[in-house]
Design a protein around this ligand. Structure first.
Ligand code: JFZ
Length: 420
């Protein structure tokens, strides 16, 4: 599948899959390193790794049901174990799990990205030796480039090469310019993330959804609980409502949310993650999709007013597309909903979804009230309104009760992530 940065920002929602030998232990993907497990003991996990319940078709079906448009799989994490047969190491799966996922994505029209750690704890000379010795350094970089070359040759075409594990080198150390040029020669349309030391084609804020400033294509990668690789003791799942909120942040910043699952060692997916993904997927189909997909960068009138964000509401986030303002009402306050600061004239208001219908409203200047609504939220997860305006809508409210007629000094100890 061919790709480019222009359409990348509209993928919006993807499935990140962390899977490897560590999944058998259920204590996260760094377990070897953090617990200082003897190498022989850790490597012996390969004999137990059969991934008998790893079902690429089912995983991709889950992504589709979840409303996702792409999948990124860990082809090799820091442990060094490859999920694909390779001529370059014995430490690999004989079954081609990567090929299975790439094929299942293609069948479903999902874009596909391959996560690959540059540094790994198995291949010798490793990055530690490379730091200490020039010959080891040369061998380590040569081997890393060879691995990447083999990966993008085996799986061609793919949409994204998702580098990770840059420790301990920067772009110069990894010879990242040469690395990207070599990959682009094999796959001209491939996109790179920014984790081999170069900025890449998109930014990857991690653990938060802050759009880069100034804006460029971006993807926030988030865990569904607090672990990337399967952790048997981590039951701290995000609620469907929290995932909706993450999606709204992606949508208003015109970025993507890459949401992670960590299958167990046998390849089965923890039921709680399936439940959350499906609940949000149904919401996207029912009413949320229009507010989330193909949204535009919401500038909140920032160009005129520095980095003051005037968009926030106690009830839930806003997104925009063309002349429409979407209101994703996470906290339903009751029969009337009011927001201020609208720099446009409202023409119609609709509640989206099964309960979809026109909604009465009144507008006094920048203040808009939606009325005649039920006491209880009209959607089981999160009602969404389409507020059609006479021009691309923008919102602004200042910290006082009226807009000052004089410029005021600007001081902000915690500047907004979203400055465009
Ligand atoms: C890396 C990995 O070490 C981790 O296991 C996981 O795969 C994750 C997606 O990526 O971890 C990082 C990478 C970047 C930051 C923190 C952890 N960061 O930028 O703060």
């Amino acid at each position: 599948m061919k790709t480019d940065t222009a359409t990348y920002s509209d993928w919006r929602y993807g499935l990140f899959i962390h899977f490897g030998l560590y999944s058998l232990l259920g204590r996260g993907e760094w377990v070897w390193n953090r617990e200082e497990i003897p190498a022989g003991e850790y490597h012996a996990l390969a004999d137990r790794f059969t991934a008998e319940k790893f079902d690429a078709a089912a995983l991709c079906d889950l992504a589709v049901r979840a409303g996702m448009r792409y999948v990124v799989l860990t082809t090799m994490h820091h442990e060094g174990y490859r999920l694909y047969p390779t001529a370059l190491s014995k430490f690999c799966s004989r079954r081609d799990l990567v090929g299975e996922v790439v094929a299942a994505c293609a069948q479903r029209g999902l874009h596909v990205g391959l996560y690959h750690s540059l540094n790994n704890w198995t291949d010798q000379p490793d990055a530690v030796a490379a730091l200490e010795d020039k010959a080891a350094y040369r061998a380590c970089i040569r081997d890393t480039h060879a691995r990447i070359r083999e990966l993008v040759t085996r799986y061609n075409p793919i949409d994204v090469l998702w580098y990770d594990g840059w420790w301990p080198f920067n772009a110069e150390g990894w010879q990242a310019e040469e690395m990207n040029a070599m990959v682009r020669k094999i796959q001209p349309h491939i996109l790179f993330n920014g984790r081999n030391g170069l900025p890449g084609d998109f930014a990857t804020p991690e653990g938060h959804m802050g759009a880069p400033r100034p804006w460029r294509p971006w993807e926030g990668c988030m865990t569904l609980n607090n672990s990337w690789g399967f952790h048997a003791g981590d039951h701290d799942w995000k609620s469907p409502g929290q995932v909706v909120e993450l999606l709204a942040t992606a949508a208003q910043g015109r970025g993507n949310l890459l949401l992670n699952i960590g299958p167990r060692g046998d390849g089965s997916v923890p039921e709680e993650s399936v439940r959350v993904l499906e609940t949000v997927g149904k919401w996207l189909t029912r009413c949320g999709g229009e507010a989330i997909y193909d949204s535009e960068l919401f500038t909140f009138d920032l160009r005129e007013r520095g980095d003051h964000r005037g968009d926030w509401s106690f009830h839930g986030p806003f997104t925009v597309r063309k002349n429409n303002l979407y209101w994703i009402v996470r906290r339903w306050p009751g029969r009337e909903l009011t927001f201020g600061g609208l720099q446009a004239k409202v023409q119609t208001v609709h509640l989206l979804g099964e309960a979809g219908r026109p909604v009465s409203f009144r507008q006094e200047g920048t203040r808009v009230t939606l009325s005649g609504l039920p006491d209880m939220p009209p959607d089981a997860l999160c009602p969404v309104f389409r507020i059609a305006c006479d021009r691309p809508p923008s919102l602004y409210q200042c910290g006082g009760l009226r807009m000052p007629n004089a410029p005021h000094p600007h001081y902000d100890p915690c500047p907004s992530d979203i400055i465009h």
